[in-house]
Design a protein around this ligand. Structure first.
Ligand SMILES: Cc1ncc(COP(=O)(O)O)c(C=O)c1O
Length: 419
């Protein structure tokens, strides 16, 4: 029998050893326990609990309502028109053109559709291609913590070293409402000549923060000073609530070192389509495509023209999507506050973070595991977005509000039974 070199104890087989580098990624994402067993990620685990218990799933961030009709119609038309074979590697012409036009229209950024755009299988593949393609073993990658879980997995797989800048929790009463804050000294200390890459996720998941101008300009200047690549994960760019989003690529000196990531799935409420993109200077985009071709190679042929149609929609459609989401945020934040959580009202995105400490909760993970049985709602502990040992987030939980009226109303009704 082949013996696993790293103590992996998954499905036991007498003939095959299934351990390998994927375990490094799982370990980095906190999915391997002390005995070497791998568990599903928290979203899969909590979604399974939701199905088993009939709980309302406010765990995973997918809207359960339809995206713009024009976008859906364009996808159906493309399928029926036979656009079902491998598309060009960097994306179909109308989508790469639409992405370039989108950047010009919303941000005044000029990108060459022929050389500075690469369409990917969601922002997830964009991140994988960027990190696997540009990080060598030992390179440091700076992330803001809490962080989207794929960063840790990709960095580990590339052999990189993740360096976290904490977004620290500030309980309500301590000089203002509850929320997260960033100490610029922490950021300055994290970025050094060992830094290969800084991943800036604004608007930020899970906190809902839109990074302010002072922070973004510091990020841009530190990247220039230490010759680091900036990875701007801006998948929630259009889902802001009255707070302007400014891409880090628009800051002085940033454009020629920034890979900007967008997600058609997030912007148009079609997360299952997995149409994302990367834009940036041609040599960096070449590197991303150089890696993407060995991952999905190409993706989403008929969905690409549909996202192109979405990107061309007038401002009022974008505004309506954000306004609608804002109403959902207000409804859920109001209910959580009423029940006794200390709520950090998000400025953007799909999620709200609530502190369960005022309800007598010390351990958010145990609270989330018990919540489906206790009141029929699923949430995600914020500790799942952090490295082990972050104490200030232990009682925090994340709820998704990108849910339809009936789902949200039922969730609110159930949450009220907590009082
Ligand atoms: C911050 C962040 N980046 C990237 C992604 C992945 O986006 P996509 O669904 O386009 O792969 C997500 C999805 O939740 C996210 O929250």
């Amino acid at each position: 029998m082949h013996r696993s070199p790293d103590g992996y104890r998954g499905r036991v087989s007498n003939s095959v050893d299934a351990s390998g580098p994927w375990l490094d990624a799982a370990r980095a994402a906190g999915l391997v326990d002390a005995a070497g067993a791998v568990r599903p990620n928290i979203f899969a685990e909590m979604s399974a609990i939701a199905v088993r218990t009939g709980a309302v799933n406010l765990g995973q961030g997918f809207p359960d309502y339809a995206g713009p009709q024009d976008v859906l119609d364009a996808a159906a038309a493309a399928v029926l028109a036979g656009r079902n074979q491998y598309p060009p590697g960097r994306g179909v012409p109308e989508l790469v053109d639409a992405i370039a036009e989108h950047h010009r229209r919303f941000y005044g950024l000029e990108v060459d559709p022929a050389t500075e755009v690469c369409v990917t299988a969601g922002a997830t593949e964009a991140l994988a291609a960027i990190i696997l393609g540009l990080v060598r073993p030992g390179d440091e990658v700076v992330c803001f913590e809490p962080y989207y879980d794929a960063y840790a997995a990709d960095i580990a797989r590339a052999g990189g070293v993740q360096v976290n800048v904490p977004l620290r929790w500030r309980a309500s009463g301590a000089g203002g409402p509850a929320g997260f804050g960033l100490d610029h000294a922490d950021l300055r200390a994290a970025v050094t000549d060992r830094t290969r890459m800084i991943i800036v996720n604004t608007p930020h998941n899970p906190t809902g923060m839109v990074f302010d101008v002072a922070t973004l300009s510091l990020v841009a200047s530190l990247a220039a000073q230490h010759d680091a690549i900036l990875v701007a994960d801006e998948v929630y760019e259009h889902l802001t609530f009255g707070v302007p989003h400014r891409p880090v690529a628009t800051f002085p000196g940033a454009a020629d070192r920034t890979l900007l990531i967008g997600s058609g799935g997030k912007t148009f409420s079609v997360t299952g389509w997995k149409i994302g993109w990367v834009t940036g200077p041609a040599p960096l985009v070449d590197a991303v495509f150089g890696m993407k071709q060995w991952l999905s190679y190409v993706n989403g042929a008929p969905l690409q023209p549909a996202i192109a149609a979405g990107l061309a929609l007038p401002d009022r459609v974008y505004d309506a999507i954000a306004a609608d989401l804002r109403d959902r945020r207000d409804l859920l934040c109001g209910a959580l506050t009423e029940v006794g959580f200390a709520v950090a009202e998000p400025d953007a995105g799909y999620f709200v973070i609530a502190d369960a400490a005022p309800l007598g909760v010390a351990d958010g993970e145990a609270f989330c595991r018990a919540l489906p049985e206790r009141c029929g709602v699923v949430a995600i502990p914020v500790s799942s977005f952090c490295s082990p040992g972050r104490q200030d987030v232990r009682s925090l939980v994340r709820f998704a509000y990108c849910k339809n009226d009936a789902t949200l109303a039922e969730a609110v009704r159930r949450l009220r039974t907590l009082t």
